[in-house]
Ligand binder design. Structure first.
Ligand SMILES: *[C@@H]1O[C@H](CO)[C@@H](O)[C@H](O)[C@H]1NC(C)=O
Ligand SMILES: *[C@@H]1O[C@H](CO)[C@@H](O)[C@H](O)[C@H]1NC(C)=O
Ligand SMILES: *[C@@H]1O[C@H](CO)[C@@H](O)[C@H](O)[C@H]1NC(C)=O
Length: 374
């Protein structure tokens, strides 16, 4: 896929203005110190802090480039698919490296604390793999192989001697994952059965492990592979696969068959991560469990009963979700207090949900990574 800068776009002026605002606003200083200097992230909307809205020609017209996205933080759209901060913002702050930037905003500038290559709505599997199976992905998505190409372009822009490049890659934590929730979500949304999607899973795991291996060969010393969240609880999945069969739902109101698929996929990934550790004993490879953390915050939701799985920003049906009247479209309402909701637009979490689940996942990792707080 070709990535262009949006010099020629009519709306680019406004887009650039609000991005400048964001990137110059520093987050609150952290007193955590970790034994690495940079964060590099690959993934989807859970970790995209502003790339998808910069992929031309469609990016600047995506919902995430419009109000009410960003209404909680920083008060205007940033390209994050949420009302405010997202997973990677909280992870970066937790690691004491809050000043991360979206790669497509850099235009040759250097990063402070790290670079995000994640692009919302992207997949692990390539466009062609899915196309051959009758599954389409959005034109602005950049599958994992494309994100890796961006990373290589970035690295070769900051160093030229191979050993220097390996040192820069090695002085980082690489966060890779969650992305395959989209491969599974698109396939289910476009009519594939659970059994059909199960056959794609080994390809997803292999692609993720190959990506991690490539990064390790480039010098990576710490790689975190994150499993998927329970996508059977997402309003868009619940809406698309809605059924009268009461036994299809678990006690949280989520679709069992979808979550079972995620659980078995996550298990396979975890096993593959263990195998990778054996293959590269000098590299720290970790599996991060987002599934359990999200399940916990759904259980603890302060929003009563059947509101828990509704989108805050959206309208229609049992879950406040209608793909033709998406959050950010004219006349689509926003809930009064997004912080009380888990889901923002039916496909993504609210800042409040991100804050709560990263607060479960990140703290136990800090001592493991050798990070100290003072
Ligand atoms: C209802 O859902 C359960 C659980 O997914 C499944 O085992 C069962 O076959 C379904 N029944 C019908 C009639 O579709
Ligand atoms: C992990 O390694 C074992 C032993 O080589 C192998 O049987 C298994 O398939 C591997 N699992 C994954 C997910 O790669
Ligand atoms: C939510 O629950 C309330 C009370 O049990 C009920 O009146 C209402 O119809 C439910 N709403 C939906 C959308 O299921």
């Amino acid at each position: 896929m070709k990535i262009q800068v949006h010099e020629n776009q009519t709306r680019s002026f406004f887009v650039i203005c609000f991005f400048l605002l964001i990137e110059t606003s520093q987050q609150r200083p952290q007193n955590t110190t970790c034994p690495f200097r940079y964060i590099y992230s690959f993934g989807d909307g859970v970790t995209d802090i502003g790339n998808s809205v910069r992929v031309l020609p469609f990016g600047p017209f995506l919902p995430a480039a419009r109000s009410p996205y960003g209404q909680t933080f920083p008060g205007q759209p940033t390209g994050r698919w949420s009302d405010g901060r997202i997973d990677i913002d909280f992870v970066a702050a937790g690691l004491g490296l809050p000043n991360i930037v979206p790669y497509l905003s850099m235009r040759g500038s250097t990063s402070n604390d790290g670079v995000v290559f994640s692009v919302a709505r992207s997949t692990v599997l390539d466009r062609l793999f899915l196309k051959l199976r009758g599954v389409d992905i959005p034109p602005y998505a950049i599958p994992l192989s494309g994100q890796l190409r961006l990373f290589k372009a970035y690295i070769s822009s900051v160093c030229s001697i191979p050993q220097d490049c390996a040192n820069i890659v090695g002085d980082s934590i690489i966060i890779l994952g969650h992305i395959e929730a989209n491969d599974i979500g698109y396939s289910l949304q476009q009519g594939k059965s659970i059994q059909q999607v199960e056959t794609y899973v080994p390809f997803m795991i292999r692609t993720l492990i190959e990506a991690a291996t490539e990064l390790i060969r480039m010098g990576a010393a710490r790689v975190v592979l994150a499993g998927s969240v329970p996508i059977g609880c997402y309003p868009y999945i619940l809406t698309t696969l809605q059924t009268n069969n009461a036994t299809a739902y678990d006690d949280l109101g989520c679709l069992k068959s979808v979550n079972d698929l995620i659980v078995s996929k996550n298990k396979l990934l975890q096993e593959a991560v263990t195998n990778l550790t054996t293959k590269f004993p000098n590299v720290d490879v970790y599996y991060a469990d987002l599934y359990g953390a999200v399940q916990t915050i759904i259980q603890q939701s302060s929003v009563s009963g059947n509101m828990t799985l509704k989108a805050c920003c959206g309208v229609g049906g049992q879950y406040n979700y209608d793909r033709r009247r998406f959050c950010g479209s004219r006349g689509v309402p926003v809930c009064a207090n997004p912080n009380e909701y888990i889901y923002w637009d039916g496909l993504h979490f609210t800042q409040g949900a991100f804050a709560r689940f990263t607060n479960i996942v990140v703290p136990p990792f800090l001592p493991v990574l050798g990070c100290t707080s003072n």
